[in-house]
Design a protein around this ligand. Structure first.
Ligand code: GMT
Length: 386
């Protein structure tokens, strides 16, 4: 029997960053499958194409009230979520990050009472790895996780770390991230010519450049390469690069590095690249790595967090900080196009087999229907109470 379409409210961060990108892709896929999806954020998520059938965006105004010591987002978000849930009769909220999204959803639910939508919280990392360690946040995160109807994590590694951090009695379901490539706007040749390349080996790095990404190690790996004149590192930066400028000169690699600010468009750069290089000290998943794999490009990365779950045995991974191994791996790819092609093909096959929308969407839909059915049962039980 075909399940009925659901009305789903998604709260996420709108900027370049895996969680918002994943939430946007999820909402768009759900809308394509006939569900009605309502996004809540303080700006339109970067990869959210509007207008689209079944997709709605509700901008939340950050409150700059002089009464408060700092701007407030959580309360206006909670109010907007409650208003839309009431007017549209949402079945569930699916929030990405406990802080502030699950907490706003908890408050919205309290305001709505028995008619509140169900709450699914997806953890992407920081709630556990950074804020979970902070005594000023820990109890609030625990509260949001305990009061969610379901909690998911994007990898086994993050699930285990979350269980260790919060010692929750509730299950956490692992639903990995997915990616759907878009047709690039420009050809590989056009992009490479725009970047001033002829036949150089193009190594791509896409990230927010947050400290956890270890851009110092990224640059040092390039500096160690014996094939420097044959390669270019292309950084699609989701944050400011200024702090690393001096290191370019210190390592003498300025001419080997091209930096562009990341926009919503990544497909054409993925197509133009020959490999991906990721030197994070932690990744709960590594969505950029998955995007690189989908384009059939080999990945060089460290064996940390959820990265082994994503890469599997498609490419070798290296102990964290082993720059000699990472630089040698890069050399191997530059010197052997056959090896690069083989590893790239293996990566693409793994990505398609395990992390396509068709694999992952049914997992979310099944979870949604389970939690919504739980609400129906609870309402019926309450009504039957003597
Ligand atoms: O890593 C970032 O800078 C962005 C961050 C985010 O919150 O959007 O990414 C996290 O969520 C992504 C989507 O699930 C994961 O692919 C990233 O691995 C994760 N980042 C970290 O764990 C450091």
């Amino acid at each position: 029997m075909k399940s009925r379409p659901l009305k789903i409210g998604i709260a996420c961060f709108p900027l370049i960053g895996g969680s918002g990108i994943l939430a946007t892709a999820l909402g768009s896929e759900l809308a394509r499958r006939g569900h009605e999806v309502y996004f809540f954020s303080y700006a339109q998520p970067v990869r959210l194409d509007l207008p689209q059938d079944n997709l709605h965006f509700h901008r939340v105004d950050v409150a700059h009230n002089p009464l408060f010591p700092s701007p407030d987002y959580t309360l206006p978000l909670a109010v907007k979520m409650a208003e839309v849930a009431r007017s549209q009769q949402l079945d569930l909220f699916h929030v990405h990050y406990a802080v502030p999204h699950a907490l706003a959803a908890c408050l919205a639910s309290q305001m709505l009472g028995a008619s509140a939508p169900r709450l699914v919280t997806t953890l992407h990392g920081t709630d556990t790895t950074l804020l979970g360690q902070d005594p000023d946040y820990r109890m609030a995160i625990e509260h949001a996780l305990v009061h969610s109807d379901a909690v998911t994590a994007v990898s086994e590694s993050l699930r285990n770390q979350t269980q260790e951090t919060f010692r929750l009695k509730r299950p956490i379901e692992v639903i990995p991230n997915f990616f759907t490539p878009n047709k690039p706007n420009r050809s590989r040749a056009e992009v490479r010519s725009d970047l001033g390349l002829t036949d150089e080996f193009l190594v791509l790095h896409m990230s927010s450049l947050r400290p956890v990404k270890r851009i110092d190690l990224l640059l040092r790996t390039i500096a160690k390469s014996k094939n420097r004149e044959r390669l270019r590192l292309f950084i699609l930066a989701g944050g400011p690069f200024d702090a690393y400028e001096p290191l370019l000169d210190e390592l003498g690699i300025r001419d080997s590095v091209i930096i562009r600010q990341n926009t919503a468009v990544v497909d054409e750069y993925l197509e133009a690249a020959d490999a991906g290089l990721y030197t994070s000290e932690f990744e709960s998943f590594g969505l950029s790595i998955l995007e690189t794999m989908f384009y059939g490009k080999p990945v060089i990365a460290f064996r940390v967090g959820g990265i082994p779950e994503v890469v599997g045995d498609s490419c070798p991974l290296y102990p964290f900080g082993d720059l000699t191994a990472a630089a040698a791996a890069l050399e191997g790819l530059i010197e052997s196009p056959t090896l690069a092609r083989e590893l790239g093909e293996r990566s693409r096959n793994r990505a398609l087999e395990k992390f396509s929308a068709d694999r992952i969407l049914p997992k979310y839909e099944a979870l949604y229907h389970r939690v919504v059915a739980g609400k129906m049962n609870a309402l019926i039980e309450n009504r039957c109470q003597p």
